[in-house]
Design a protein around this ligand. Sequence first.
Ligand SMILES: N[C@@H](CCC(=O)N[C@@H](CS)C(=O)NCC(=O)O)C(=O)O
Length: 230
Amino acid sequence: MAEPIVYGFPRSTFVNIVRLVLTHKDVPYVFKDLETVMGRAEHLALHPFNRVPILRHDDFTVYETSAIVSYIDDVFTGSRLTPQDLRGRARMNQWISAVNSYFYPYMIYHVTHERLVFPELGIASDEKVVSHALPQIELGLGVIERELARGADYLIGPELTLADFYMLPCSFAFGLTDEGQSMYRKFPAFGRWRDRMESLPTTRRLRAGLPLRAPIPHAREWATSHRPKY
Ligand SMILES: N[C@@H](CCC(=O)N[C@@H](CS)C(=O)NCC(=O)O)C(=O)O
């Protein structure tokens, strides 16, 4: 079988979830950067909703990160990242959905875009978007903090699962903002989880292979297409 192909752009949060999982399972793969064709026919043929990542494995193409990482975990050998017991699996899926619904939108779409992505393109931050997001992020981090304060190393217990790799890229990017750095000081158990996740050989290996952070040219359009209006 051919090596799987991951399509995306290098700074994408969701693309990096997929790359972390492939790296952790030691699956060789090819990365195809779609930056210059985002939103064009070539991209939309792979993802009709105009997003990344997309995975191609031989003649099989799939989009949506949760579908992609479940497929990878099921199809490839290497450390299993899905609990076998049904309640553990439900708890993992609960966190995956929570990242999609309650963490990613506020940490990334709202704060990281306003504080990093837009200013890097010469677009001023919208303070209303940031102010609206911060209490939502604080609420989410409080929920994680209570979970982790019970003593487990990872989000759902003693074992690393897909849920941890789902949370990692959001927590990394938000941690690059001033707001992230000051908020993280209030959540010590979450800080220990972050240190543990950032120190994993998987995380170090992926980061070492990524290009230096550079502006995301196609993100210029997000200031009109995606920006919330308050
Ligand atoms: N529900 C999708 C969300 C993917 C998503 O929002 N990806 C972002 C990058 S992290 C994207 O494609 N943004 C491109 C754009 O909006 O132009 C998934 O789980 O894969």
